[in-house]
Design a protein around this ligand. Sequence first.
Ligand code: ATP
Length: 514
Amino acid sequence: MAQEDVFKKLVSHCKEYGFVFPSSEIYDGLGAVYDYGQMGVELKNNIKKYWWDSMVLLHDNVVGIDSAIFMHPTIWKASGHVDAFSDPLIDNKDSKKRYRADVLIEDHLAKIDDKINKEVDKAAKRFGESFDEAQFRATNARVLEQAAKRTAIHERFAKDLNDANFEDLRELILECEIVCPVSGTRNWTDVRQFNLMFATEMGAAADASSKVYLRPETAQGIFVNFLNVQKSGRMKIPFGIAQIGKAFRNEIVARQFIFRMREFEQMEMQFFVRPGEELEWFAKWKDLRLKWHKALGLGDAKYRYHDHEKLAHYANAATDIEFEMPFGFKEVEGIHSRTDFDLSSHEKHSGKKLQYFDPELNKSYTPYVIETSIGVDRMFLSIMAGCYKEEKLENGESRIVLMFPPALAPIKLAIMPLTKKDGLPEKAHAIMDSLKFDFKCQYDEKDSIGKRYRRQDAIGTPFCITVDHQTAEDNCVTIRFRDTMLQERIAIDSLHSFIAEKVSFKSLFKTICE
Ligand code: ATP
């Protein structure tokens, strides 16, 4: 099935089974804003728990905070967001559609990469076992021609962005013959800068001083609380501060479902280190964060690093962890070595010292910072995409199943009486009452067992428990496993420990710590 079709199916599955709804749907929706439904919110909470605990439980030098969304407006001046948090936008005059100029060029570069990869794939098939990919890439004329073209475009593109040369960016779009996907024309406007922050007013007086922003990232709430946490928690460098919270960006192009939203949630951790030790810590966190992703078992090949060639002015190293979405490899998390840019800038703008006295070195300094920043919603999408499977069954039927890691599954187990009579529902309810304190359970007695299994597969429930006539005699139930569809008899008394072991986060954490 084409990847585009898979993505469409995934989006409609999310709606049909209560994971994600378009916001304000009865009013025809609101661009790039989504609501999480009854299943979605459980999955989202589990993702947040996985991240939070992996930060604050696994590291005794990482603590959490929850700062306010509204912050003093000067914070956004100090962070650079007022002056520089903008994207270059361009409109197509025929379709009246708006695009990010940089994304148009990035997509064009990706198409060149595809062409190169197709040449490589073709040759690999032709030459079979004896194929030497590195040599082919280094010598094949068609590949070299495409690669040279790519490098030239990429270099000019990076320079244009660096120099804020929007005239040349437009020129590049024209020279690359990039057309609007809707109108198919090259009738482009000029490229303009567009600030992504939402502004509103605080209090009753509407003068300039009351202008506040909805935070575009949670990180600044951590920086401005650096000393509060360090002093009140008697934290010693190196240490980290973690936070989960909403962020808002007035994205120019809202595309790809919950991948790019105007209201979204971030999980960010700023790790404060001694100056000079930041690159070592950057490498550690880069490694650790990828392990965190891979521990979920969605397939190691679905992840890759994308090291930044062009660094933001405050960073001295940066990488993205990308996941293979149905629309290609895309950033899910960013890891940045932010030097002392943020703390120094807040010192300057606030006039307050934000330094740390290091008792071992017997001196004060402004710490350097490694940031790990991941979007909850993008993580959610990567899990949905990685776990969504359509399977043909032996009996010719098919099923849709979400193969969530059990720790993340919204519902851990479904409890089903085989029939609605003979005391089976009462027994099923009694089992549910004994398990509901620890696991999110769902009771289901409607339709045939087969149909009930399909419903649970579609929401990713890892275990189904069936109470039948034999249960009263042997105190056992049938447990059915979502992924293999195999069934076993299991004593009711051992259900709790069996399920607890399977759905706990512990095994994931152990994999990360290995
Ligand atoms: P992009 O280049 O895709 O716009 P970014 O580099 O601006 O992303 P960061 O500022 O590094 O993103 O934000 C950190 C993380 O927050 C991203 O890796 C992503 O997971 C998430 N994120 C950023 N913007 C959005 C958005 N509009 N919708 C959903 N998640 C987002």
